[in-house]
Design a protein around this ligand. Structure first.
Ligand code: SF4
Length: 361
């Protein structure tokens, strides 16, 4: 090579050719990349897929808060530091007034997206959710958008109310809900769920519910959490299932992966490094060639998450609160300019992505 740039050879050359031609990598390719590709090689392949959807220096962000409306939960996931069993001291349920106060503060801080995330609380009837969401629509109109629940909570709510997934989605839609996120997925393999969250529904139930949510005309997203004891094959299986669901439905607006925070959890352990997270982001971008928006997690990586823009991500949240991850060790900074400047120094031009109606989601 006269110019000193080495061309890929062997397996890397084959995978590079596939990606460059717009072809898909398969699970074996993903396994090979994870084990053998350098960070620079992963970034380069991720940039090829990213460039199909976004300009090289483009990225978007939102200011949002997660509202943990109840911490009472019967699921007992062993990686969770947030929940209280029913009847145990410290359990709470937020009133509408408390939720409004959090939304008012979000608006003051320049945000317009809230994501509701709580527990499987057997004391809360369907009317708690429907009344709350209808009241938010009535009070805030389209100035705020909200992700009503995660798929996991939706599954519990439907079962608890003895409704089909279709009927539960319809009831929430009538109450003004537009979004139910793909949260509660963690690692989408039946083995992982049997090991860590056997009361949190199966993978099959997860996707049935997500399909019913889309069929009802609601929007949804894909998520993933890494850094437990999951194997490489389990991570790739999760990506494969997500890609397949998107092929079948086209309904996943984005993919967000974050990392497990182990502090004060039953399983404990140590956090994976940011370097490992970034490599996984790149692999996700390359594998999920049918999801335009790949998000990086400031909530769990702070400003280092923005290095993920070089690893294929194009979008991120600036969160102001999430009790679930904060209880397990996450720290949140409200110095948004410092975080945005980190992206600018990397050569990106972050643009606010309003989710309230009238703006693109
Ligand atoms: S992760 Fe969610 S479902 Fe599992 S115990 Fe915690 S609050 Fe409950």
């Amino acid at each position: 090579m006269g110019n000193g740039i080495a061309l890929p050879v062997g397996q890397l050359a084959e995978i590079t050719a596939k990606v460059s031609q717009g072809l898909r990598i398969d699970a074996a390719d993903a396994r090979w990349l994870w084990k053998n590709a350098t960070d620079a090689e992963l970034c380069s392949l991720a940039a090829v897929v990213r460039s199909r959807f976004h300009a090289a220096d483009a990225c978007t962000y939102m200011v949002m808060r997660i509202i943990n409306y109840t911490n009472v939960c019967v699921a007992q996931c062993d990686y969770c530091a947030f929940y209280k069993l029913p009847g145990v001291s410290g359990g709470y349920v937020l009133s509408q007034e408390q939720v409004f106060a959090k939304l008012d503060e979000l608006l003051v801080l320049g945000g317009d997206l809230a994501a509701f995330n709580g527990g499987f609380n057997p004391q809360l009837p369907l009317s708690y959710y429907c009344d709350l969401f209808a009241a938010i629509r009535a009070r805030y109109g389209d100035s705020i958008e909200f992700y009503a629940l995660t798929i996991a909570e939706f599954l519990y709510l439907a079962d608890h109310a003895k409704l089909s997934y279709a009927d539960a989605a319809a009831r929430l839609k009538e109450a003004g809900v537009r979004w139910i996120t793909g949260g509660g997925s963690e690692i989408l393999t039946e083995d992982f769920r049997a090991r860590h969250s056997k009361f949190k529904y199966t993978v099959a139930e997860y996707f049935l519910a997500q399909k019913a949510i889309l069929d009802a005309g609601l929007k949804t997203t894909a998520t993933m959490v890494i850094g437990f004891d999951e194997t490489l094959d389990e991570r790739i299986e999760h990506l494969e299932r997500t890609r397949r669901f998107q092929d079948e439905t086209g309904g996943l607006a984005s993919f967000l992966c974050w990392t497990f925070k182990p502090y004060f959890t039953q399983i404990g352990g140590i956090e994976i490094t940011t370097a490992e997270y970034l490599r996984h982001l790149a692999l996700s971008r390359i594998y999920l060639d049918n999801i335009p928006r790949i998000r990086t997690s400031v909530l769990t990586q702070n400003e280092r998450a923005l290095d993920g823009l070089r690893y294929g991500a194009d979008d991120f949240d600036l969160p102001i609160e999430d009790e679930v991850t904060q209880k397990a060790g996450a720290t949140i900074s409200l110095d948004f300019e410092r975080i945005l400047n980190y992206a600018r120094q990397l050569g990106y031009s972050p643009q606010y992505r309003h989710v309230s109606v009238g703006n693109k989601v």
